[in-house]
Design a protein around this ligand. Structure first.
Ligand SMILES: Cc1cc2nc3c(=O)[nH]c(=O)nc-3n(C[C@H](O)[C@H](O)[C@H](O)COP(=O)(O)O)c2cc1C
Length: 259
């Protein structure tokens, strides 16, 4: 009989959100105030970040006229602030294509309970509470094949990182300290303790296991030695073959409606 781990079923999921970091995008409104919106379709291409933005979003309309933006990476404890922004738009009137629960809000920083921090080279502010903040300018906007989204390429001009996340004396962000908020099938996740670390050829030796210190950044040579992630009850089994043990779901952090 085939081992259950090697059997696949064909399924038709409604969404394909396999887990990406959440970013908060700050853009400038026509009146000089600022908008803030959560986005999970954001990925790095060299020194650009490519965003997938809904055509009916106020963020996209701002970026078509004013190309400066900040891209802010919240950590897992900020998931509720992200969620407070989920049903808000800076578009007034609210476009009919937005989900029914969407309401207009002029000051989304205040609505989320987040603070503005002045940027250096672009008008939109950074989100002070975020450990990683990028200043960027739009370098290209293309329509997606479906016409529902725009693919927005943003050239990153400055990278601001909370000092405690930088490996001292280097330009490197410490991957053992940095923890993104992950949007995984409309559930929010943090990362659990890092486990086996394989260093790619060419990667900085400072990011290898030998540089890790501190109780939450232990490394293990075998998956069977994995620790329980923070917050996981000790009576919950930790089967080394199941990725659940590598991750940490945030309590109550589930969305039923999404972008
Ligand atoms: C976690 C999360 C991820 C989201 N990802 C995206 C995304 O990748 N692209 C997008 O256009 N909207 C995304 N949304 C929805 C927008 O945040 C939402 O449409 C919001 O109203 C946009 O605000 P705006 O109209 O002021 O730009 C996401 C929402 C949440 C809560």
């Amino acid at each position: 009989m085939a081992h259950p781990e090697s059997v696949h079923s064909e399924v038709k999921p409604k969404i394909l959100y396999f887990g990406t970091p959440v970013v908060l995008i700050s853009t400038e409104n026509a009146d000089g105030s600022f908008n803030l919106a959560p986005v999970s379709s954001a990925w790095a291409l060299g020194h650009s970040i490519v965003l997938g933005l809904g055509e009916d979003g106020h963020t996209l309309s701002n970026l078509r006229s004013r190309p400066g933006l900040t891209i802010n990476y919240p950590e897992p404890h900020l998931w509720e602030a992200v969620e407070r922004l989920a049903s808000l738009t800076g578009a007034n009137p609210v476009p009919k294509t937005k989900p029914a629960q969407t309401t207009y809000r002029a000051d989304k920083f205040a609505a989320a309970g987040l603070s503005q921090q002045s940027s250096v080279g672009v008008r939109p502010p950074r989100v002070k509470e975020c450990g990683v903040q990028l200043e960027a300018k739009v370098s290209g906007i293309s329509p997606s094949a479906s016409g529902e989204f725009a693919i927005v390429e943003c050239g990153v001009e400055k990278v601001h990182v909370r000092q405690s996340l930088v490996i001292p004396g280097t330009q490197h962000i410490d991957p053992g300290r940095w923890e993104p908020l992950i949007y995984n099938f409309r559930h929010y996740f943090g990362l659990a303790s890092p486990t086996v670390r394989k260093r790619r050829a060419g990667a900085s030796s400072r990011t290898g296991t030998s540089s890790l210190t501190g109780a939450s950044r232990r490394s293990f040579s075998q998956t069977s030695q994995l620790p329980l992630p923070a917050g996981m009850p000790h009576n919950q089994s930790c089967d080394s073959r199941i990725p659940r043990c590598f991750r940490r779901a945030l309590p109550g952090a589930v969305r039923d409606s999404g972008p």
